[in-house]
Design a binder for this molecule. Sequence first.
Ligand SMILES: [Zn+2]
Length: 254
Amino acid sequence: MQGVHVPLISNALFQKVQRAFKKDGKPLYTKHKFLLGNFFTCGDCGCSVVGEIKKQKYIYYHCTWAYGKDKCSNRKYYNEQELLDKLGDAVKAVEINDDLKHCIYNAIIELNKQEQNFQTESLQRLNAQAEKIRKEIHAIYQDKLDGTLSKEQWQSENEIRQQRLIAIKTSIEAFDNTNNKFMDEVSSTLELLNNLHSKYLQLSNEDKAILLKSLFSNCTLNDGNISWTYKKPFCYIAETGDFEKIYPGCDSNA
Ligand SMILES: [Zn+2]
């Protein structure tokens, strides 16, 4: 079959489908992606905020006025580009510089040490148990060879120990994964926040929206104003400019 081109849709069918969606050469509808759809609610009536296209290129958001226009005083239309620009300022509040990134990372490692000590002890205990079981498995195999244990007895004794060994190995792996995952998350979060605002400005609008959705929740629009809350853990950085308080030795102005 190599080299033989078989179109998935025949050309005639493709043309037919195209025609069905077009009128006077124009698409019957264009599917626009509202980047900030499902992101805001109306700060006045609590209805969702939806996107709409004006003059075939400008995207505006407004309250759906689902309870009736008379029930909502938020009549404004909000330009998508302006929303993305204004939210860029909010991104600034969670930005960290290189010094702070290293400082927070070290502080978290320090805090994590206690947890690490506990894990190390648990791992040592689990490894010792595994070693003991391996010795038993070896010993009962010898017993089988000596004839002290019948084949059936050995099978059942061996089976019990193999099962225990699997359970212990699973616990050991879980410990390793949890800790690596935690520090990976810390690391990638700090990497993200490092000089975040200048990164934000370079993103496409689509990527800006993705970033905003991961940083903010409970975003509302009301009377021309935007309000938002920072998701965890970003709120900890946004809520305090005084890093000395949470991470002694760190200077946010460094
Ligand atoms: Zn409303």
